[in-house]
Design a protein around this ligand. Structure first.
Ligand code: HAM
Length: 412
């Protein structure tokens, strides 16, 4: 028997209602903020990600699913931001008014070592707002992320924010780190020793506890920020405070993708163990230009849907289901039943029946298992009277209703 690939997941019918609720809630909230949906291919040229996420990042170095064909190398998208900026430029979306708010829901792929909360195919719900450098956009994007969490019924999360500053500030921070690193280097993990050479900022948010202790002693405050970046960050913090959004400033938060500058943020949940980030994002003011477009500010975030659903009590309340289950007794009733089912569905009443020729008792059990709210029983006697028995499963009461009035009866 075939088995699914490690790190992938079948989302089974018992789970899909939670997924649908997450997606419907997200779509409703996105429309309140005037974001429009974009759907890009799950495959892109691999070089798009090398160029934007950074050639030395873990995703590009180790985690891309690559597809080699004769001329090109494609990658299954490891994230959405690069694809969306590519699409934004390719389709001239900036012509639509200079500022564009987009959202996306879909699968992402990373060749990671699978564990709880870390999959090789997972799903993002995210946004990208392209065309503004204003701090008011940072505030809106972070408050939208919080609004989604509230909509999903999630509490107990922590919002962590930081400012990396502009490209020059990032370079200044890297230089300061490189200066203070040499004597600490032997105490860092093997990954960080490599990062010291090719991506020193990433040492700051290494998850290894020993590295974290050392990192705390390194220069990583906001002294490297230029006056503009500093005042932008102050404005963002003020705006979040004005909206009563609780956040923690974490100077070590740098995020694992090279395109970020200025504001970055991460939302964690303490009930999730080691993979505790449920979502993250930030500004990427240089990315549009980097991909051949104009100089434009942009900001976004993405939630990992699988991780959201791991949070205890998130979206556990399934919407009440309405299902009418028809049981027919005898051949004449069976063919009349097909028409009745059709009428119910045409009247937008969800309806089902038994396709296994079960006994009345067996069909009643199947109706119960299917979560039927009403069971209709149609036998020869009822058929002769142009009537049908309607059993209300909640109250266990049963009455006979004329076929003519059935829809009306079930609709009230
Ligand atoms: P990211 O932090 O790489 O950011 O991913 C966002 C979220 O996706 C994470 O916080 C986590 O919840 C989830 N996630 C990441 N990897 C996995 C995995 N292997 N298995 C399950 N869940 C995972 C980005 O991808 C950026 N594109 C976000 C962004 C949008 N920044 C600006 N705009």
């Amino acid at each position: 028997m075939f088995k699914r690939i490690p790190g992938t997941k079948d989302i089974l019918p018992e789970e899909t209602s939670s997924w649908q609720t997450v997606e419907a809630t997200a779509r409703r909230i996105f429309s309140l903020y005037n974001y429009q949906e974009i759907r890009t291919p799950v495959m892109e040229e691999a070089s798009l990600f090398n160029r934007t996420l950074g050639a030395t990042t873990e995703i590009v170095q180790k985690q891309m699913f690559l597809i080699h064909n004769q001329e090109d190398t494609y990658a299954l998208r490891p994230e959405g931001t690069a694809s969306i900026v590519r699409s934004y430029l390719e389709n001239n979306l900036e012509k639509a008014g200079g500022f564009t708010k987009l959202y996306y829901i879909g699968p992402m792929f990373r060749l990671e070592r699978p564990q709880k909360g870390r999959l090789r195919q997972f799903h993002h719900i995210g946004v990208e707002a392209i065309g503004s450098t204003l701090a008011s956009l940072d505030i809106e994007v972070i408050s939208l992320a919080e609004q989604l969490l509230k909509g999903f019924g999630i509490t107990g999360y922590q919002i962590k924010i930081n400012s990396l500053g502009c490209q020059k500030d990032k370079q200044a921070l890297s230089a300061a780190l490189k200066k203070s690193l040499p004597e600490k280097l032997p105490q860092l993990c093997a990954d960080c020793q490599r990062r010291a050479k090719n991506n020193v900022l990433r040492i700051l948010d290494c998850k290894n506890e020993d590295c974290q202790k050392i990192v705390k002693t390194l220069e990583a405050g906001h002294t490297h920020l230029c006056p503009d970046c500093r005042s932008h960050f102050e404005e963002v913090k003020r705006g979040l405070n004005d909206l009563n959004i609780s956040f923690q400033v974490v100077p070590q938060l740098v995020r694992g993708l090279d395109y970020y500058n200025r504001t970055v943020f991460e939302i964690t949940h303490s009930d999730l163990g080691s993979q505790d980030a449920i979502g993250a994002g930030g500004r990427y003011n240089d990315l549009v230009r980097e991909l051949g477009g104009p100089e434009l500010g942009a900001m976004g975030f993405a939630f990992g849907v699988e991780r959201l659903l791991l949070v205890p009590n998130a979206l556990k309340q399934n919407p009440p289901k309405k299902l009418v289950y028809l049981i027919t007794l005898g051949e004449a009733a069976k063919s009349a039943g097909i028409k009745i089912l059709n009428q119910l569905r045409n009247a937008e009443i969800p309806a089902d029946t038994d396709y296994l020729n079960k006994s009345l008792k067996g069909a009643m059990r199947a109706a119960n298992d299917a979560g039927a709210t009403f069971v209709l029983i149609l036998g020869d006697d009822e058929l002769k009277k142009h009537a049908i028995s309607v059993k209300d499963m909640a109250s266990s009461t049963q009455k006979e209703v004329s076929l003519q009035n059935l829809i009306q009866e079930l609709k009230c």
